[in-house]
Design a protein around this ligand. Sequence first.
Ligand code: ADP
Length: 606
Amino acid sequence: MKKIGKKVTAALLLMLSISFAACGTKEPAAPETPETPSTIGEGLFTPGTYEGTAKGYHGDITLTVTVDENNILEIKSEHTETEGLGDKAVATLTEAALEKASLSMDLVSGATYSSQGFLAALEAALVKAGADVEKLKIKETVEVEKKDQEFDTEVAIIGGGGAGLAAAVSAHQNGAKVLLVEKMPNVGGNTIISGSAFNAVDPKRQSAQGIEDSVEKHFQQTYEGGDKQGDPELVRVLVENAYPTIEWLESLGMKFTDKVFTVLGALWPRSHKPVEPLGTGYVNTFMNYINEHKDDITVLTEVEAKELLVNADGAVTGFLAEGKNGKITVNAKNGVIVATGGFGANVEMRDQYNTIWPKLTNIKTTNHRGATGDGIIMAEKVNASIVQMENIQLLPMGDPVTGSLSGNIEQGVENRIFVNAEGNRFVDEGARRDVMTKALMEQTDSMMWVIVDKHSYPTGDTVNNFNETIDSLVKEGRAYKADTLEDLAKQIGVEPENLVKAVEAFNASVDGAEDEFGRTLFMDKLDTAPFYAGKRVPTVHHTMGGIKITPETRVVDQNGEIIKGLFAAGEVTGGIHGSNRLGGNALADVHTFGRIAGATAASEGK
Ligand code: ADP
């Protein structure tokens, strides 16, 4: 696996029909910067090769751009963007720029900062080429003839995150023709940018590591961890089917590592980690299947569902949507699966339903911008029961600048502590997510430092859960590294004596002393240099409220009756996790219920 931190050099020699002879040189010229661009005649650029640099997500993106008078001929890029996500955005935008010399491309969903960095670097290079960049930023309003379209299918799915894609594959495996719409330019939703942990009681991997576990324990921890607010029947479906879902994913070609771990707030070591970075493994696995069955599964991106269609008997028969080129009507013989995710990125909706946190208006989110609760709103309009909307999950693990999970240096729960601005521990770091976040909010400036040592990063190019090397994080000033705790404390501005005492007390707990905060999950002491620190703040992560479903994923209406032809799965549903979701249970939930929804919808009417 390629590690981030290595420079990725991409030379995309496209526009193959145009040879470099056209710009007067056989080889691409070395970067040059004409002081005053020479006359550019009727063309857009002064032919030549120019360099532009701008900040991406993980540091500089540098582009070496070769142009002739009207075209971008070649873009070479150097960057350290996240493998599987940021680097894909760079590749997508490179292709778009080569196809059409422009600065008006849409940002790639889930990779906003990488996309913005790419466009800024391209702009810097094109300024040197004498371009009128403002003109290049104008979106071409090509008069595309608006054409309304109508599609007939058996199972229609709204949303292309983990739940929707799992449902699409499963519905097809169960014999249905499928059409899925996704409002963003790319599928993946929150699933693709997640830390990717998947909880399941695993007879193979856990016993190999000597971890005792049972489905009953997973049930108890999930149910009690959500203050018994979750529907026990749905919790049962989740915990009993989590491992079969892993096996199903494996049957589709997905690979998980052998080692299970405890992700933040999971309460127990049963979190599985895919081999591919972030959530890309799940999405790639489903898309590989979908691409192999293109005749039966249609995926339409940049199509936003707006309204569910209901017939005279109250059954859902399809939906209305809007695409780039006009209105779209989808008729679904078997019905519609709503898999639109949560509302973590919809600040208004968060504020409307939040009752358990202090004001959330200014808290950032780990979510992608499409997590706006559309499915909940659409389902409510057809009388669906919407439950537990106040149950909004925050993590204590947000990046201070973006709110994202990127830059988080913890490698599991057992090997790290949290200290506040004074350098003191303040909570059981193995506790529930809500407990930890509430404790964090009471600390000075609502911020904390995660402290780890060499046990978490044996080498500088060891990656975190976001596929970032510790060296790259230190280099970018997003993590701090020191040979002693005193030096680390000085670098991060906490009282050295406090930090040393906090670590000593923690190490004593690892040896069996009673922990001041009641912590029970331990592995290694924090005793081996180098020591590292990373800053974290509260961030909105998951919305546990939403559409009420049955164990078969049928949507229940406000009178407790089934709405015929309507199914829901994933974060759009409510009442599974209760007041607090266990870390690692979301991907288990979305893929398990997505798989069930596909099977249920495929069998509808048969
Ligand atoms: P889950 O984990 O439940 O699958 P995700 O957030 O991963 O949730 O995925 C939900 C997907 O649904 C996102 O890709 C999002 O852009 C998409 N989506 C949300 N609202 C709509 C809508 N109105 N029409 C089409 N797609 C939507």
